[in-house]
Design a protein around this ligand. Structure first.
Ligand code: F6R
Ligand code: MG
Ligand code: MG
Length: 380
């Protein structure tokens, strides 16, 4: 059996400057130091530390498999130390996603989000890393179904013999913690019946039907509101997609983001706004704490390590990924996203600008209803 490699992306919001905008560079440097120690200790092969808006994202490659205690422990320690720096500097929301005091062996349920995939590295292994801010995991359902189910997006589904076989979707019910694996194209309408309800169903994984390829995509689906028992912040999820050679091409994977779909989670976790594709550098929330951002960085996985635009043999962890939404062709989507977001804002505190009552992160509704109880009369 050839060696398997694991790609783990673990992310958390542990404080930012100014308000909920971006982590301080010292926090990022601290994370890099801890991950570098993880390489020295032989736990990690390689890493890259980046961010989207106020969320720190740790990309790691290793041979330990998913949910490994040592790998999750490194990420936990990085976030804990970054949170400490944020607290010392009195940065905003310092330590927000650190929900527990002591690490229990796995980061899931402790606040951070994780997307991990284990696979046999192909002859060449292009991977896209999507990172979102001010939104939730089910926001990826629309683009992922377009990429992996829609031949008008991915012509490869029609003309590439391996992609033509279709894909398997692992769908989670984030409220009841249940999952089901469904097959495309046979069950497309049933799949969309579930995924259309973005308040409950989300894609966790997608698999190629070619056993030689295996997992194609994974999304972080931890719902912070549920694992904390109350809503303490949005998930701001990540999604990893393997591309090419029997999978959708890089360009097919990027195409759906040209449509600035409305996603939930903007401002106070309580509004719909249009997804704004941008470079990591441009991912600070600037308008009404948004609009919700989507960034995409690309790496080749090469001999178990990350390969970007840097020279081979560069210091460990020092990388230059391709920043896919940096280009001018995305200006069109950005302009549309701003126009759609302004349109939504005109509704002020009315639906559909705000989320449904069960999904609101902030609400005064129970208190107001309680206050009015005695004054409520039957309608004649
Ligand atoms: C946080 C976020 C923000 C906050 C808002 C209110 O990621 O998206 O929109 O929800 O700025 O924050 P507080 O209540 O901390 O003043
Ligand atoms: Mg935040
Ligand atoms: Mg965030």
């Amino acid at each position: 059996m050839p060696d398997k490699i694991t790609v783990s992306v673990i992310k958390a919001d542990v404080g930012s400057v100014v308000g909920h905008s971006r982590p301080h560079p010292k926090m990022m440097a601290q994370c890099e130091e801890i991950l570098r120690d993880g390489v020295r200790a032989g736990t990690l092969n390689d890493f890259y530390v980046t961010r989207v808006g106020d969320d720190i994202n740790l990309y790691m490659t290793h041979h330990k498999g998913e949910n490994h205690r040592d790998v999750h422990g490194i990420a936990w320690e990085a976030f804990r130390q970054a949170a400490k720096i944020a607290k010392d500097m009195k940065l905003y929301a310092a330590g927000q996603d650190i929900l527990k005091d002591a690490f229990s062996g796995n980061i899931r349920g402790m606040g951070p989000g994780a997307a991990e995939m284990e696979f046999v590295e192909r002859g060449s292994e292009p991977i896209l890393f999507f990172m979102a801010d001010k939104t939730e995991p089910s926001s990826y359902s629309l683009p992922l179904t377009r990429i992996f189910m829609d031949p008008f997006t991915t012509t490869g589904l029609v003309i590439d013999p391996r992609a033509h076989e279709g894909f398997r979707f692992e769908i989670v019910d984030v409220i009841d913690s249940k999952k089901v694996v469904m097959s495309s194209p046979e069950e497309i309408y049933d799949i969309l019946t579930l995924l259309g309800d973005t308040t409950r169903y989300s894609i966790k994984r997608i698999f190629s039907k070619d056993a030689g390829i295996g997992v194609a995509s994974v999304v972080s689906t931890e719902k912070l509101n549920i694992c904390a028992g109350k809503y303490v912040g949005k998930d701001d999820p990540v999604c990893v997609v393997r591309c090419q050679s029997g999978l959708p091409a890089v360009g097919e994977v990027l195409q759906p983001f040209m449509f600035p779909q409305l996603v939930a989670g903007w401002m106070r976790g309580s509004h719909y706004g249009a997804w704004f594709p941008c470079s990591v550098d441009k991912s600070d929330p600037t308008f009404f704490d948004g609009p919700p951002r989507i960034c995409c960085l690309g790496f080749q996985i090469s001999h178990g390590k990350l390969q970007g635009l840097e020279d081979p043999g560069s210091p460990v962890g020092v990388h230059t990924p391709v920043d896919f939404f940096a280009g001018d062709e995305w200006n069109e989507a950005r302009a549309k996203a701003v126009r759609a977001s302004i349109y939504m804002r005109r509704h002020g505190p009315f639906m559909p600008a705000i989320l449904g009552p069960e999904e609101m992160e902030y609400t005064t509704r129970p208190a107001v209803i309680a206050k009015l109880k005695m004054r409520m009369e039957d309608v004649e």
